[in-house]
Design a protein around this ligand. Structure first.
Ligand code: TYC
Length: 113
């Protein structure tokens, strides 16, 4: 809880001194931290596989997925989504598991925003 003091000065014609102090307590709402999920480029994972991953796990349509895949291919990495810790971890695991099953070296990581 954060305490805020509101001091009212000189409202009461008594030479302008402090006259009252009101303290309010404000419930401190904490938003959960968000995590960027990133895909990293490599030389071996087929482009179509990366497009498939982006469609399947990140809800992108084909055109979006192709564009992001090309961004990763050209720039080395791209943020493919921002999620709560639990969801981000699930996405990373899903991508890494599928890549391993297909023996592709694709890397997916998460980082606090
Ligand atoms: N660079 C890969 C290729 O030329 C394609 C690729 C794109 C791989 C994105 C990984 O995250 C990646 N086949």
């Amino acid at each position: 809880m954060q305490e805020i003091a509101i001091i009212r000065m000189g409202d009461d014609d008594d030479n302008g001194g402090d006259t009252s102090v009101i303290t309010k307590t404000k419930p401190k709402t904490k938003r959960p931290p968000l995590y960027k999920v990133m895909l990293l480029n490599d030389d071996y994972t087929p482009m179509e596989f990366v497009v498939h991953v982006l469609e399947r796990f990140f809800g992108m349509d084909h055109a979006q997925a192709f564009e992001i895949m090309l961004t990763v291919h050209k720039r080395g990495l791209a943020v493919v989504g921002v999620f709560s810790h639990e969801i981000a971890e699930t996405k990373v695991t899903q991508v890494m598991d599928l890549a391993r099953q297909h023996q592709h070296p694709l890397q997916c990581t998460m980082e606090k925003e």
